[in-house]
Design a protein around this ligand. Structure first.
Ligand code: SOE
Length: 381
């Protein structure tokens, strides 16, 4: 059967533009899907950048203005891989133009923008998805399945950390290409929106909603040169954030993120402790899931290290043969595979904009609590 074509218009030629483009190129080779993505147009404000990207990844055409791209009749799916301050405007325009949308995380800089985005996609009834890719690492999906099967029993604790060390130097400027994550006007927040958002998304997905949070944040380097103005300017982002959470299911959460953990480049870890069993996962060893089951026979009871590469593990039957690993990039392939499968079945892939708004609410409550010093209730979506 010939596949239906899904014409992709991707905006943003950075790191995320590459992960999404790579996923589109691979997905049809490994997953049996009704739809085949076609790399129709790539957009970047810099024409040379867009042209070089188009050549490397095989895009058919180039745009320098996202507003032109979202209007094109030959585009079905708009992918937003640009800095956070552009998400709302692109998504609202794309929804009005009737396009499906895949947006990089976090959904927006804040809840107000996120709400506008949810309203736009729901009014236009267009399929939409936010790219929280770590959900689709097979070991993380397995963790979710084990919890859903009830193997852990009642959950007592959920703890997660996302640690990096790339902004420790006081000489690092803020703003502009690659450094927009340090500019609060563009990013909306620091580690809370950039890194903890991943931890919160995974936590809500696996352990359910969060009721209340209490947080502390710190900005260690108070001023940095701004690349775009050439002036030394106040730093408005949170460099580090730690918060406590009470989940709706009665379990307790502890979350920490920083870009000042010397030696850690991208250490995302989480652990869940339940009545019968515990689970732990580590991005640096992403193919393994640690599992401890108290019901095992005493003499052999202990932490198992499950190598999540067997054909009956999530997604793994689509790849090589049991025992052979896949990695970070594949979480994006799985994401687009799920999106396309959802399209064929008329069932939205998760997290939709509305679901991702829940994470945005938690981030906003965390930042509020860091200012008020009080416990803050997380509003429901
Ligand atoms: C920041 O350095 C960053 O690239 C995040 O923006 C990504 O979401 C995370 O997956 C890796 O780190």
């Amino acid at each position: 059967m010939p596949k239906k074509k899904l014409n992709v218009g991707l905006i943003g030629c950075g790191f995320m533009g590459r992960t999404h483009s790579n996923a589109h190129r691979k997905v049809g080779n490994f997953f049996d899907l009704e739809y085949q993505p076609v790399l129709k147009a790539i957009c970047d404000i810099n024409k040379e950048t867009a042209q070089a990207f188009a050549e490397r990844w095989g895009y058919e055409s180039v745009e320098t203005d996202w507003a032109e791209l979202v209007k094109r009749d030959d585009i079905d799916l708009v992918e937003i891989c640009t800095p956070n301050d552009t998400h709302r405007d692109i998504a609202v325009a794309a929804a009005k133009a009737g396009k499906m949308i895949l947006c990089e995380k976090p959904l927006a800089r804040n809840v107000a923008e996120g709400v506008e985005m949810v309203q736009a996609v729901e009014a236009a009834k267009v399929p939409n998805l936010v790219s929280y890719n770590y959900r689709r690492v097979p070991a993380v999906t397995l963790a979710k399945n084990l919890v859903d099967e009830g193997r852990l029993g009642r959950i007592f604790h959920y703890r997660a950390m996302f640690l990096q060390d790339w902004t420790i130097s006081a000489d690092l400027p803020q703003g502009g290409n690659a450094l927009w994550r340090l500019d609060v006007k563009v990013a909306g927040s620091g580690v809370t929106g950039d890194l903890l958002a991943h931890c919160i998304d995974t936590a809500i997905w696996i352990n359910g909603g969060i009721d209340k949070v209490t947080a502390m944040t710190e900005t260690f380097i108070k001023e940095r040169m701004h690349n775009l103005t050439g002036k030394v300017e106040k730093v408005g982002i949170d460099d580090a954030c730690a918060f406590l959470a009470r989940f709706k299911n009665g379990s307790l959460g502890t979350f920490e993120s920083t870009r000042y953990a010397r030696g850690h480049k991208a250490l995302y870890v989480f652990e869940i402790n339940g009545e019968h069993a515990s689970i732990a996962w580590d991005l640096h060893d992403l193919q393994r899931l640690a599992y401890f089951d108290h019901r095992d026979e005493g003499q052999v009871r202990g932490w198992r290290s499950i190598h999540v590469t067997d054909s009956d593990h999530p997604y793994m039957g689509k790849w090589w043969v049991p025992g052979l690993s896949i990695g970070y990039e594949h979480s994006f392939v799985h994401q687009i595979a799920d999106f396309l499968e959802g399209l064929a079945k008329g069932q939205p892939a998760s997290p939709t904009f509305r679901e991702a708004l829940e994470t945005q609410h938690v981030c906003e409550s965390v930042l509020k609590s860091a200012q008020t010093g009080a416990w803050e209730s997380v509003p429901s979506v």
